[in-house]
Write a protein that binds this ligand. Structure first.
Ligand code: 6A9
Length: 736
């Protein structure tokens, strides 16, 4: 008591599944009603739900007869080879989609009204014959009949059944009303493949309480159906049916909504003024609409492991409001994709962006970590192979939301003081979480050399991969050090951190917090000597990662074991990695997107010689330049277009990706505005690049009907339609 001794106990606790301690960012209360219902099921061709866990979900399925085979259409699936997508969608109250399935054309329209009293909506489903069907078939062929199913599905929880009991249901509805299980049996008996129950969530019980209502119809072109939703109000027990929708008539309302969409699109993006023709403008509208119409609400929990526990724990159960990269192939939230999606959405409706960011940042745990891929709920989980489901709380994903934040700050509109106010309020609430996020990177992703950074999550013991992947960086198979280890330094992560510090400083300034710590960090990291010392390779002449590396790796089929028993067939041996020369510590010889990061995130001084070299590489057709955009890896790079395993095709090894090209363009615009030796060159390359990207994506859209995940020699590749970050083509057209 006298001596003043003490024991200092410092324990680093990791609370992986504990929510961040600070206050949750509040959702905008004034949107609660307005944004309650929507087409928030992007993974089905058409689906409506509310942003509440227990929502009734509406969906649509149909049978397609093709070459005498019967297909059930429900989940968006690129093997269906349909052309579909939102042609207009305003993200709040209106969407119009067309789906072309061989001879049949299905349109889905979603219209919402809302005021303080109500948030009714109508979904109109209309069937038509496609042009090709009416041309090729003479009038004497009968009109095609489509088997159409509409369903209303809810999770049975306690007594929250929003409909009627089975008996009264049958009395009230002239269609079947039955537990999902029966429905599935019926679909099976019709010869539909078991394919995860045709995508229907099978609630794990077989009691006779209905949790699904299905309306089954045989319809022909010309058919149209309106589903009217009206919340049950206390004072009314009887529906007034279409009554309140009679004035104005629905057609008039839809017409007005379409026109309002076009007008707003014109005002926001001004494509006609920029010389694009009507068809190109239409293309841009569709791309944009399919992104914003892809906003979804998901509910459930992630599975998480950490270095402290390798058995997966459940993250807390939560909802997520997010756009998705691809409705067909990965209709769920991805952290770094979302930062890019919101660049576009925030231009249109910054309120939606605040809702989405609120949702994402509220997923932060006590350590400041946000899970990278969000696979929430059974429906989402049923579409993902097991090895992708588990998230690791040691692993990062680029903090691309800093791009969104910068763009929101750049476009604070003094003519909309209410929105400015809301956005700044949002930043006030978000600030502790943004800081925690940034600190989490600093606490977990630093390199062993002071001031450097290093993505965790590479597989050190791999035998099959030509170059162990770095999924966390978002650039998956982009070549890094051939032998992962603690000495690695990753230039892209260094740039994200320098850039993030600058954005955080700006946020701090705007909301009256102290920007100094972040400003200092930014300036420190932007010092050319620091950056160059860590990442400029004199030997190669470009910015590069550092690590134990050799180019001399290849895949070779393993020898079959010598002693085969008589009659035993030779086993098919896998290809394994062979290292012909020992790795040495040094810069990694892989010119590509990673080398461009100091340019992309605008870290370089406008007069830096390294900027000039980077521009030269970018513009060189022998290296990175193509007529269709800047490719991810230089053509002369050792792993250019190389498979990573015998089954793992090249992904970020040469293909053109639109999110990275967007950042390149943004940087070229920036350097084109800075007086200096490279100003004129930046402008020229920027214009060429913009035209190349837009022309090619538009051509590919005309040819194939899709926007694609990536482009190889100009051809669309990978998942499609991919109206995630590829939809940035709209911002590119509008010159941002
Ligand atoms: C595979 C397939 C039905 C890979 O766009 C999302 C991500 C990007 O964040 C990342 O940078 N994509 C890019 O390299 C797609 C990832 C898809 C993984 C899911 C499961 C399901 O099969």
């Amino acid at each position: 008591a006298v001596g003043g001794y003490f024991i200092y106990l410092r324990v680093q606790e990791r609370r992986v599944v504990t929510p961040f301690a600070g206050a949750l960012i509040p959702f905008d209360r004034s949107y609660k009603n307005e944004l309650l219902w929507g087409t928030y099921r992007p993974g089905v061709y058409f689906g409506v739900r509310s942003r509440t866990p227990d929502s009734v979900e509406m969906g649509m399925m149909w049978f397609s007869y093709n070459a005498h085979q019967l297909f059930l259409r429900h989940l968006c699936d690129q093997n269906d080879k349909l052309r579909y997508g939102w042609q207009q969608h305003d993200g709040r109250s209106f969407g119009y989609q067309e789906i072309i399935d061989d001879a049949v054309n299905i349109s889905t329209t979603f219209v919402k009204r809302h005021n303080d009293q109500t948030n009714d909506w109508i979904s109109r489903i209309a069937i038509g014959a496609t042009a090709s069907a009416s041309n090729s078939k003479k009038n004497d062929t009968p009109k095609p009949t489509t088997g159409l199913f509409l369903y209303f599905d809810w999770r049975t929880r306690g007594s929250s059944n929003p409909f009627y009991s089975a008996e009264s249901c049958r009395d009230h509805f002239p269609f079947c009303c039955l537990p999902k299980v029966s429905l599935l049996r019926r679909l099976f008996s019709l010869g539909v493949a078991a394919k995860s129950g045709a995508g229907l969530k099978l609630v794990g019980h077989t009691t006779q309480t209905p949790n699904l209502i299905v309306l089954e119809l045989a319809v022909q072109p010309g058919f149209s159906l309106d589903v009217v939703y009206e919340p049950m109000r206390q004072e009314t027990t009887r529906s007034n049916g279409l009554g309140s929708w009679k004035t104005p008539p629905l057609d008039t309302l839809i017409h007005a909504k379409k026109q309002a969409f076009r007008d707003k699109f014109h005002k926001v993006f001004q494509l006609i003024e920029r010389g694009y023709n009507d068809e190109q403008n239409e293309f841009a509208q569709r791309v944009f609409s399919n992104l914003i119409g892809g906003l979804g609400y998901f509910y459930g929990e992630s599975l998480v492991v950490s270095q402290w526990s390798s058995t997966p724990s459940k993250y807390w159960t939560t909802g997520l409001f997010t756009a998705v990269p691809s409705r067909s192939f990965f209709p769920r939230g991805f952290l770094w994709d979302e930062g890019f999606h919101q660049l576009l959405i925030s231009r249109w409706d910054v309120g939606l962006t605040r809702e989405v960011m609120t949702s994402w940042f509220n997923l932060m745990n006590a350590d400041g970590w946000i899970p990278r891929e969000q696979i929430l709920g059974d429906e989402a989980r049923s579409r993902v192979p097991d090895e992708f489901i588990i998230q690791n709380s040691e692993y990062a994903n680029p903090p691309s939301f800093f791009l969104t934040i910068e763009s929101m700050l750049d476009s604070l509109d003094p003519d909309r003081p209410d929105e400015v106010d809301k956005t700044l309020k949002f930043f006030e609430f978000a600030y502790p979480r943004l800081q925690a996020w940034y600190n989490w990177f600093n606490a977990t992703q630093t390199g062993s050399l002071i001031g450097s950074y290093h993505w965790r999550g590479r597989n050190i013991t791999t035998e099959r991969e030509l170059n162990p992947k770095t999924l966390t960086s978002g650039l998956d198979d982009y070549p890094r050090a051939s032998h992962p280890g603690p000495e690695e330094r990753h230039v892209d992560l260094y740039c994200w951190m320098a850039y993030g510090a600058g954005v955080l400083a700006r946020v701090a300034e705007e909301i009256g917090e102290n920007p100094l710590p972040y400003r200092t960090a930014e300036l420190y990291m932007k010092q050319q000597e620091r950056l160059d010392q860590l990442h400029w390779s004199d030997k190669h002449g470009f910015y590069a990662d550092f690590g134990r590396h050799t180019d001399a790796v290849r895949l070779e089929r393993q020898q079959a074991p010598r002693q085969l028993k008589p009659g035993q067939p030779a086993p098919q041996m896998p290809k394994v990695r062979v290292v012909d020369r020992d790795p040495k510590p040094g810069f990694v010889n892989a010119l590509g997107y990673v080398s461009l990061f100091p340019l992309m995130l605008r870290l370089l001084d406008p007069s830096a010689a390294t900027l000039g070299h980077t521009l030269d590489h970018l513009r060189s057709p022998n290296l990175l330049w193509t007529d269709y955009g800047v490719r991810s890896l230089a053509r002369n790079s050792a792993l250019f277009a190389a498979h990573n395993t015998e089954h793992d095709a090249p992904y970020w090894r040469g293909a053109v990706w639109i999110n990275m090209n967007f950042l390149i363009l943004k940087a070229l615009k920036f350097y084109g505005e800075q007086p200096g030796p490279f100003q004129e060159k930046s402008q020229r390359i920027g214009q060429e690049l913009r035209d190349n990207l837009v022309q090619n994506m538009y051509r590919q859209y005309q040819k194939t009907g899709y926007v694609w995940e990536q482009y190889v020699d100009g051809e669309g590749r990978g998942s499609h339609p991919f109206t995630g970050w590829s939809s940035l083509v709209v911002l590119i057209m509008s010159d941002f």
